[in-house]
Design a protein around this ligand. Structure first.
Ligand code: IMP
Length: 175
């Protein structure tokens, strides 16, 4: 069975959104040496474009969360399989997420980070799909909004496929 991909956000639109977010972050964090924490795996391309566009001194770290259950539906059972290595006490932290769907993953990570007493904890997400939100999430820096549908490309995958695509597509299963 072949996947059918429909273009949703072309590379130019993603580039504009990333540049806007980077400008907002520069305005708010220049001189504060923020720590960007990329949520693996999907955020790796977004994070690398964001840090270059922000043009300010910063540090990076990574955390990996896995949501168990069906690939298309978050189950709510979120586990951290790789933790950060930086002491974030009194640091200005920006969590960088590829896509916020139910909000369950970010809620688990936010609670975990808050317990470590950062000076500041902000959320930057490239895409949000608010229709399936189960937990409220305050996204401080938001790139793009999508309706429902499963998205791939620009780091986002479906069973590890399609991360390399420069644009973001909706995947439509052919039956
Ligand atoms: P949430 O916990 O439901 O908000 O889901 C967040 C995580 O699920 C993201 O970090 C992605 O890894 C994955 N995810 C949710 N929706 C999509 C999608 O449309 N495409 C690819 N991954 C997704």
């Amino acid at each position: 069975m072949e996947d059918h991909l429909k273009l949703l956000f072309p590379p130019e639109e993603i580039h504009l959104a990333v540049t806007r977010l980077a400008n907002e972050i520069r305005r708010d964090f220049a001189g504060k040496m923020p720590l960007f924490i990329g949520i693996l795996k999907g955020s790796f391309i977004f994070l690398s474009d964001l840090v270059r566009a922000s043009k300010i001194p910063l540090e990076i770290d990574f955390i990996r969360a896995i949501s168990y259950g069906s690939r298309h539906v978050s189950s709510g059972d979120v586990r951290i399989t790789k933790d950060i290595e930086t002491d974030i006490t009194n640091r200005h932290v920006i969590l960088v997420e590829d896509i916020v769907d139910t909000g369950l993953t970010l809620n688990v990570i936010v609670e975990r980070m808050k317990a470590k007493n950062p000076a500041d904890l902000k959320i930057c997400a490239l895409v949000e799909k608010h229709i399936r939100r189960e937990m409220p999430v305050k996204i401080d820096y938001l790139g793009l909004s999508a309706k429902d549908g499963f998205l791939v490309g620009y780091g986002l995958d479906y069973n590890e496929k399609y991360r390399y695509l420069p644009g973001i597509y909706i995947i439509e299963k052919q039956v």
